[in-house]
Design a protein around this ligand. Structure first.
Ligand code: TYD
Ligand code: MG
Length: 459
């Protein structure tokens, strides 16, 4: 007979423990354990050699396996194609994570309606069929082969999917699906894990591409996509500030392509619009020249982007000056300010420093260092950086300007957008092949040299 068993799961990473723990030994989060009842099946034959029976011809020599070059299935949206590594791979299992309200359902419904000539099943446990229809009308898209199902029981979902045999199945969301085989309520760690495992097997055996949506909340109050990451082929994260229009679709893991690709969307009244030329939008608000504004080139995956860094440096009213940054790592900013103080002799100890990345992007590329430093100096000294100048280099603790990767791509993007001068590290410049570039490439080795060359004429 099946017996009941109580276990404790970490809601963040799914770690299982027989007793309650304050801190998770696996992911080090505090207060994430919750009690769940799982029904345990009676132990089967055990591991004695006599009890082990093979279930089918699964063992094969690697050499004998024929590789069928399965064509990728391109979706209609170029940004999604890019983050997937060039289209959907048959039988792949993709997780789309993000905070509630960010636009996950909108994005996938839009893809379901826009994909040409494919049968799609959209399963929603969150919205009724009428609500989905209303949203589809709002998006203004139409796919005669798109089916909707409002259902949350896993077995039922699979029965309908088996009958319909769609090319793509979308499950919105994994936190609403449950199986009667387990006791826990939908969204509990054991349910999320069990259902995702079953859908994974289903997707691999039936050849249906499956997208599952997973909510993340900042306080981790519902079992998050983190515990599913190792299971799925691809993890995409949909990010952005809800108040802003831009949304970023980021590849966190991809078994079929590069894992740092990035897609950019703009949320509009009629759904999400892919932004194919993000640099132009990120730089579009530049009106009158201001001090504190510097343009950097950054790389996300294979894609170069030009972004604007804004700084504001003002005399502090308090004994401890404020340092605040949006989209830029706070620790990195403190380090760069220390370098400017110690190596460049700039007095920042009594100044408040605010630094923003325009457009609500979060960036981590070290190639932004030089532009960040220059934008701080520009605001401190109240000197304007010419509008046709941009920067691509890392700054070291000694104030030295260091080389960054893929400099050719960065220069090409700057040139394409009409910049006339780009400051790079001398090490980068030495390795560049001479070309007839329409942009002047200037190599610098020390921050001081750059400050002199940039602001000398204005003095
Ligand atoms: P939704 O896709 O429901 O978010 P999620 O599934 O991630 O929880 O989208 C939520 C927001 O998007 C909602 O606040 C309204 C907005 N929205 C638009 O601005 N334009 C649109 O065309 C649609 C469909 C939604
Ligand atoms: Mg939703």
């Amino acid at each position: 007979m099946a017996k009941q068993k109580t276990v404790y799961f970490c809601r963040n990473c799914g770690y299982e423990s027989p007793k309650w723990l304050g801190k998770c030994p696996s992911c080090s989060e505090w207060n994430t354990f919750s009690e769940e009842i799982v029904r345990k099946e009676p132990a089967s034959s055990g591991w004695s050699p006599a009890g082990l029976v093979s279930s089918g011809p699964k063992l094969r020599k690697l050499d004998e396996i024929q590789f069928e070059n399965q064509a990728r299935m391109p979706v209609a949206d170029p940004e999604l194609n890019r983050v997937l590594g060039g289209g959907l791979v048959p039988a792949s299992f993709v997780l789309l994570g993000g905070e509630p309200g960010i636009g996950k359902s909108t994005l996938l419904l839009q893809e379901a309606l826009a994909i040409p000539g494919r049968k799609v099943l959209y399963v929603s446990g969150e919205e009724s069929a009428q609500q989905i229809k209303m949203r589809a009308d709002r998006l203004g898209l139409h796919n005669p082969d798109c089916y909707v199902l409002s259902e949350t029981e896993l077995g039922q979902i699979m029965v309908f999917a088996m009958d319909l045999q769609p090319d793509i199945m979308i499950l919105d969301s994994i936190q609403t699906v449950y199986t009667g085989k387990l006791e826990g309520s939908p969204g509990s760690v054991s349910q999320v894990r069990e259902c995702a495992g079953a859908i994974l097997r289903f997707s691999k055996e039936s050849g249906i591409c499956t997208f599952i949506i997973g909510h993340i909340t900042k306080d981790g109050s519902i079992a998050g996509p983190k515990l599913l990451e190792h299971m799925v082929d691809t993890v995409l994260m949909f990010e952005g500030e809800r108040q802003q229009h831009f949304r970023i679709l980021r590849t966190v893991k991809n078994r079929f392509g590069s894992s740092n690709e990035l897609g950019i969307y703009e949320m509009q009244g009629e759904g999400l619009r892919p932004v194919e030329n993000p640099s132009e939008i990120l730089l579009s608000h530049r009106g009158e020249p201001l001090s504190g504004v510097a343009i950097a080139t950054m790389l996300e995956g294979n894609r170069p982007l030009m972004i604007e860094i804004q700084s504001l440096v003002t005399l502090s009213g308090y004994s401890t000056p404020q340092r605040s940054s949006n989209g830029f790592d706070g620790k990195r900013l403190s380090m760069l300010l220390a370098v400017l103080e110690k190596r460049g002799g700039f007095r920042l100890g009594n100044q408040d420093v605010f630094l923003n990345i325009a457009g609500g992007l979060k960036v981590e590329d070290p190639a932004l260092d030089l532009a960040a430093c220059i934008s701080v100096i520009s605001s401190l000294e109240n000197r304007i950086i010419p509008a046709d100048v941009c920067f691509a280099a890392e700054v070291g603790l000694g104030g030295e300007v260091r080389a960054v990767g893929r400099i050719e791509n960065r220069i090409a993007e700057a040139e394409r957008l009409g910049f006339r001068k780009i400051y790079v590290s001398k090490q980068n410049l030495a390795k560049l092949r001479p070309s007839k570039a329409g942009i002047e490439i200037i190599g610098v080795s020390k921050l001081e040299d750059l400050v002199i060359s940039l602001f000398a004429k204005q003095a």
